[in-house]
Design a protein. Structure first.
Length: 81
C-alpha cells in the first residue's frame, strides 16, 4: 500500500504541479482517519481514494466562497480564503 500511495503522489505532483508535501501529509492523515473510523488500523486503497475525493470536494467548495472582508494576517497583508 505504501508504494501505491507514493506512486500516486508522484503522479499527482507531475499532473497537477501544485501538490505539495503538505498536501500529501494532509491526505495521508485523512486517509488514516478514514481507516480508523471503519475500525481498521491498516490503510486500504479505498481509504486513499476517498481521502483524495474528499479533498477535491473541499477545494471545490472553498473556491465558491466569497473573500472574507477585513481578514488579514498579523503583518497586515489581506487574507483571501
Amino acid at each position: 500500500m505504501v508504494k501505491g500511495v507514493q506512486d500516486d503522489f508522484v503522479a499527482m505532483r507531475q499532473a497537477e504541479g501544485g501538490v505539495t508535501v503538505e498536501d500529501f501529509h494532509g491526505l495521508l492523515v485523512l486517509a488514516r482517519l478514514l481507516a480508523q473510523s471503519q475500525g481498521r488500523g491498516v490503510l486500504e486503497a479505498g481509504d486513499w481514494a476517498r481521502s483524495k475525493a474528499m479533498e477535491q470536494e473541499r477545494k471545490a467548495r472553498v473556491a465558491t466562497l466569497a473573500p472574507r472582508g477585513g481578514a488579514s494576517f498579523g503583518n497586515g497583508v489581506p487574507m483571501h480564503l
